[in-house]
Design a protein. Structure first.
Length: 201
C-alpha cells in the first residue's frame, strides 16, 4: 500500500514544501552558477525512470564547458568550478531534482537514475531497480554512494525495491542528512565522478 500509493503522496508534499523552504538557497546557487558557467546554471539529461521510461533530470551544473585546442572537453577535474565543487560537496546540486519529484518523474528515495546507455547492460536481477521511481537519495547512497562498486550498488538497489517501506524511507532520509554533513562517499577514490558502468563491474 505504501509503495504503490502513500509514497507518491509523501513525495509530492515533501517536494512542494522542500522547494518552498529551499528557495532562497536555490536562487543564490542559481545566480552563482550562472556566472561561473557562462549563463548555464542547470543541465538536463535523459535518465530512465520507473519501468525504464525516459525523463529529463535537472541538476545544478557544477562543471563548465571548457575545451582543449582540438575542441574536446577538458577532464572533469579541470572543468569543476570552485562554486561547483562546493555545491557538489554539500549535495546542493541535488536540489533541482525536487522539481522532478514534484512532477512524478522521481521519488525522494529510491535507486539513483543512471544513464540510458546502461539499460542493455543490466542482468535480469539488476533490472528490478526500475520497478520503482528513481530517487534523489537511496539505500546505495547511504551505504557508500560513489565509493562502492557498481555490483554492490545494484545489490543495494534491488534490496530496496524488495523491502520498500515507510520506516525504511525514514531511515534512509535520516542517514542521508548525516552523510551530507559528513560529506562521505561523494566521489570514487581518486576521481571527481564515479567510473562508467560497463556491465562487467
Amino acid at each position: 500500500m505504501y509503495k504503490n500509493y502513500f509514497k507518491r503522496i509523501f513525495d509530492f508534499l515533501a517536494a512542494f514544501f522542500g522547494l518552498l523552504l529551499l528557495s532562497p538557497i536555490f536562487i543564490i546557487v542559481t545566480i552563482g552558477l550562472f556566472f561561473a558557467n557562462q549563463g548555464k546554471p542547470f543541465f538536463f539529461q535523459a535518465r530512465p525512470g520507473k519501468d525504464e521510461k525516459i525523463f529529463k533530470i535537472i541538476k545544478f551544473k557544477t562543471m563548465n564547458d571548457k575545451k582543449d585546442i582540438d575542441g574536446n572537453l577538458l577532464p572533469d577535474a579541470e572543468r569543476l568550478t570552485k562554486i561547483g565543487s562546493f555545491v557538489r560537496k554539500t549535495s546542493l546540486d541535488e536540489i533541482p531534482q525536487l522539481i522532478n519529484v514534484f512532477k512524478g518523474d522521481m521519488s525522494l528515495i529510491g535507486p539513483r537514475p543512471l544513464l540510458p546507455q546502461y539499460l542493455p547492460l543490466y542482468n535480469e536481477e539488476q533490472k528490478k531497480r526500475h520497478q520503482v521511481r528513481p530517487g534523489i537519495t537511496g539505500w546505495a547512497q547511504v551505504n557508500g554512494r560513489n565509493a562502492i562498486s557498481w555490483e554492490q550498488k545494484f545489490i543495494y538497489d534491488v534490496w530496496y525495491v524488495e523491502h520498500c517501506s515507510l520506516l525504511l524511507d525514514i531511515k534512509i532520509l535520516l542517514k542521508t542528512i548525516q552523510k551530507v554533513f559528513k560529506s562521505e562517499g561523494i566521489n570514487a577514490e581518486g576521481q571527481v565522478t564515479t567510473e562508467a558502468f560497463n556491465g562487467n563491474n
